[in-house]
Design a protein around this ligand. Structure first.
Ligand code: UD1
Length: 420
C-alpha cells in the first residue's frame, strides 16, 4: 500500500489549481444513466472514486472512457441490476438507484455498507422513491425498487440532522422522468446539487429551485445527451487554504469558487488567517498567529463536515482551546487519535472535540482512516518538525487529485512510497 513520507516545517509557497469536484461528478456520472444518448463531462478529476464509478457504469452495460479530465459515457443499453460487490464498496454509488429506476422501471442495487465515519442509512432515499410511487424492498442485501411509471409528488426529505445530499440527488434524478410535478421540501442546498441540476437541465430536465430547500421538478418523457463542465472542488480548495495557513505560507488557489467557501473563509478569518479572494482565485497571505476558534459542522451554507478534520489540524497551532463539534456524522473524529501521535492534545466529549493547541508537534507514523482524515494528517505532517509517514494513502487518492504532486509544486517535501 502507498504511503506519504513528509518532512515538515516548510511553508508552502506558489500557485495551485483546484480540480473538479468529486462530490459533484459522482452523481453527474450516475445521471448519464437517464439517457440512451452519449454524454460528455469535462473537468473530471482523475480519482480512484471516479474510475470506480466508471466500473459500475460499465458493469451496467454503459461505455465509459476517461482521457485528460474528460469522460465520455454512453448508456445506450443498460441493465437494472448492479454488480453487488462493486456497489457495496463505494457509498457514493447509491446515487445510481434513482436514475436506474427512472430509466428501467426497476433497480436492484446492493445496500451500501456502513463506513468508518458512522452508520450511513439510506432511509430518506427510500422514503423519496416510495413517495414517487415505487415499491421498495430490501432483500438478501439488495435494495429492490420497482415502478412501472414514477408519479410526481410532494416529499419532505429532511432527516435527523437535516437534508441529505445524495438522497436529494437520487430523488431529483428519479423525478426528472416521473409523470407530473415533484416538489422536494428540505432539499440539500449544496453546490454539488446545483451542479447536478445544471447537467440535468442540459439533458432536457425541468428543474427549479436547485440550491434552495424547495425544489420543483416537472417530469418529462425523455432526456437527451448533454455536455457539462464540473464545478471546482470546494473541499479540495478548503484543504489547500488550510494547509497554506498551517505552514504559514503564501499560496494562491486558482480556478476555484470563493462563494462556495464562505463558511470556511469566515472561520479562517476568525482564526486570524489573512487572505484575498478575487474572482476565481484565493490568495492565502499568512497564517502567522492562528487563534483558537469554535466551529460546528452544518449542511451548506454552514461549515462543511468534509473540512472538519483539516480545520482540527490547523487548530493544533492555535494556543488555547478550540471546540470542534461534528453535527452531521457520528464517529467522525478518527483522525483525533492519530493526530495525538504527533503530539496533539485533543479530548473527545460526545459530538465535540476539544483541542488544546500550541503543543509542540513532532513527526511520527500515522494511519489514514478516511478521505478527509487523511488530509488532516497530511496537513499536520506538513506542520510537524521531522518525518511523518501517513499510511493507507489510498483513502486520499479517492478524493484528491495528485495531492503529492500539487504539494511538491508548492515546495512541500512529500514523497510517495510503499508502506513498510
Ligand atoms: C455527501 C458527501 C459527503 C459529505 C456528506 C455531507 C458525496 C459523494 N458525499 O454524502 O462527502 O460528507 O454529503 O455533506 O457527495 N442520512 C439519513 N438517512 C438517509 C441519508 C442520510 O439519516 O437516508 C443522514 C446521514 O447519516 C448523515 C446526514 O443524513 O447524518 C447527512 O448525510 P448525507 O447528506 O446523505 O451524506 P451523503 O449524501 O451520503
Amino acid at each position: 500500500m502507498d504511503t506519504f513520507i513528509i518532512k515538515g516545517g516548510v511553508p508552502l509557497y506558489g500557485e495551485v489549481a483546484i480540480s473538479g469536484a468529486k462530490n459533484a461528478v459522482l452523481p453527474i456520472l450516475a445521471a448519464t444513466l437517464l439517457t440512451s444518448e452519449p454524454c460528455v463531462i469535462r473537468r473530471v478529476p482523475n480519482l480512484s472514486d471516479v474510475h470506480f464509478m466508471g466500473r459500475i457504469l460499465r458493469s451496467l452495460g454503459a461505455s465509459f472512457s476517461y482521457e485528460n479530465g474528460m469522460v465520455a459515457v454512453h448508456a445506450n443499453r443498460i441493465k437494472a441490476r448492479g454488480d453487488y460487490d462493486l456497489i457495496r464498496k463505494m457509498r457514493g454509488s447509491i446515487c445510481i438507484l434513482g436514475p436506474l429506476l427512472a430509466r428501467k422501471g426497476k433497480a436492484n442495487v446492493s445496500m451500501p455498507g456502513g463506513c468508518i465515519i458512522g452508520t450511513r442509512p439510506i432511509d430518506l432515499h427510500l422514503k423519496g422513491l416510495k413517495a414517487l410511487s415505487a415499491e421498495v424492498k430490501v432483500r438478501e442485501g439488495y435494495v429492490q425498487v420497482e415502478a412501472k411509471q414514477l408519479k410526481g409528488t410532494e416529499v419532505f426529505l429532511g432527516g435527523r440532522v437535516g437534508p441529505t445530499v445524495l438522497g436529494t440527488a437520487n430523488i431529483m434524478m428519479a423525478a426528472t422522468l416521473a409523470e407530473g410535478v415533484t416538489i422536494i421540501e428540505s432539499a440539500a442546498c449544496e453546490p454539488e446539487i446545483v451542479d447536478l441540476a445544471h447537467f440535468l437541465i442540459a439533458m432536457g430536465a425541468k428543474i427549479q429551485g436547485a440550491g434552495t430547500p424547495r425544489m420543483t421538478i416537472t417530469g418529462v418523457n425523455k432526456l437527451h445527451g448533454a455536455e457539462h463542465d464540473v464545478i471546482p472542488d470546494r473541499i479540495e480548495a478548503a484543504t489547500y487554504a488550510i494547509a497554506a495557513a498551517a505552514t504559514n505560507g503564501e499560496v494562491t488557489l486558482k480556478d476555484m469558487r470563493c462563494d462556495h467557501l464562505a463558511a470556511v473563509l469566515d472561520k479562517l478569518k476568525e482564526a486570524g488567517v489573512q487572505f484575498e479572494a478575487k474572482g476565481t482565485s484565493l490568495k492565502i497571505l499568512s497564517g502567522g498567529n492562528i487563534q483558537p476558534v469554535d466551529v460546528s459542522t452544518q449542511p451548506y451554507t454552514g461549515f462543511p463536515t468534509d473540512a472538519q478534520a483539516q480545520l482540527m489540524a490547523l487548530m493544533l497551532k492555535a494556543p488555547g482551546l478550540s471546540i470542534i463539534t461534528e453535527r452531521i456524522f457520528e464517529s467522525r473524529f478518527m483522525h483525533a487519535n492519530e493526530l495525538a501521535r504527533l503530539g496533539a492534545d485533543i479530548a473527545i466529549e460526545g459530538p465535540s472535540a476539544i483541542v488544546r493547541g500550541g503543543m509542540p508537534l513532532s513527526g511520527a507514523k500515522v494511519m489514514a482512516s478516511d478521505l478527509r482524515a487523511s488530509a488532516a494528517l497530511v496537513i499536520a505532517g506538513l506542520m510537524c518538525e521531522g518525518r511523518t509517514q501517513v499510511n493507507r494513502i489510498y483513502h486520499l487518492d479517492r478524493g484528491y487529485e495528485v495531492m503529492d504532486k500539487k504539494l511538491r509544486s508548492l515546495g512541500a517535501r512529500v514523497k510517495r512510497g510503499k508502506e513498510s
